[in-house]
Ligand binder design. Structure first.
Ligand SMILES: O=C(O)CCC(=O)C(=O)O
Ligand SMILES: [Fe+2]
Length: 296
């Protein structure tokens, strides 16, 4: 039987699940480092506006829904080593090279915990060119509080917001339409951030669950880089460091093109079915349904 490659699955569905990337001991090291880092300094969610947009050493921001610590590199040598190993893993690096090129850039490596009172996150799309990596840190056998993706939505010729669905499909009611990122601790999902995604509301009976969430870009796409203090940067293992903050001599990177990431923005790649040609009508239909169900 023909087995699809990881990149074929990613291109077809907008996301792909990869198992058996970490050994049990690697995962334990990552989890214990994260546990320490996550609770060193916690601030209310609203405080994130108090920091400059490019500030690197952010604290953990927390509200009833989630706790988020951004920029986890350069804070714990054991974690740094494991993340460096992850990016050099053969399966991962060969997939990344095909999707975003060998000179890809790391924008943000973060960890998020979905709390027991998590109301979830509405469907959305993120920056153009962004590739997401999700690594489950806890077993996530139910959909409760996990990332949710709409299969094939990276091919929709209309954005999540323009279609009116972003507002309509709240985390509470999106369940029938989504593929939840379930699995065991250590399972990895690679997804285009063009794929419509969100987070499922937590079922209150379930414990908090955490995941690492990464955002990467091909070098030709624009994003706002964090301002990483020099002494922090110098602690980061060289492979990851070059992708986080390429040094002048990084011309050793092979400048290739024809990434999968470019392909998904090509209009020919979009799904041109009748359903999507009727998008304006769809929007009208959604707003009518909404008026019936949520009159206020
Ligand atoms: O699982 C989540 O918290 C949602 C993640 C998300 O929106 C993202 O990674 O871009
Ligand atoms: Fe997102």
């Amino acid at each position: 039987m023909y087995m699809k490659t990881l990149e074929e699955k990613l291109l077809e569905d907008g996301f792909v699940k990869i198992t058996n990337v970490f050994s049990r001991s690697q995962l334990e090291r990552i989890k214990s480092s994260i546990k320490n880092l996550m609770y060193l300094k916690i601030e209310p969610w609203e405080n994130r506006h108090l920091y400059p947009k490019d500030y690197y050493l952010l604290p953990t921001f927390s509200n009833d829904d989630w706790d988020v610590l951004s920029n986890i590199l350069g804070r714990d040598p054991i974690l740094d080593q494991e993340l460096d190993r992850f990016f050099q893993n053969q399966l991962i690096s060969s997939l990344l090279n095909k999707v975003i090129g060998s000179d890809y850039q790391i924008w943000e490596l973060s960890v998020r915990t979905s709390n027991s009172t998590d109301k979830g996150l509405s469907l959305h799309q993120d920056a153009k060119g962004e590739l997401g990596i999700l690594i489950l840190l806890d077993d996530q056998l139910s959909k409760s509080g996990t990332t949710a993706l709409i299969k094939g939505s990276h091919r929709f010729p209309v954005g999540c917001r323009e279609s009116g669905i972003e507002e309509f499909l709240s985390p509470k009611i999106m369940a029938p339409f989504i593929t939840p990122a379930t699995g065991v601790a250590g399972d990895v999902y690679v997804f285009f951030k063009k794929t419509w995604h969100g987070r499922v509301k937590k079922n209150k009976a379930t414990l908090p669950t955490s995941a690492l969430i990464f955002g990467l870009f091909p070098s030709a796409y624009d994003f706002r880089r964090f301002n990483i203090p020099k002494d922090i940067l110098e602690c980061i293992p060289s492979f990851t460091r070059e992708h986080l903050y390429p040094s002048e001599k990084t011309s050793s990177f092979q400048k290739d093109s024809n990434y999968l990431m470019d392909k998904i923005y090509d209009p020919h790649f979009h799904n041109q079915s009748f359903f999507w040609k009727t998008t304006p009508k769809l929007k009208y239909l959604l707003s009518t349904i909404k008026k019936i169900y949520k009159p206020n």
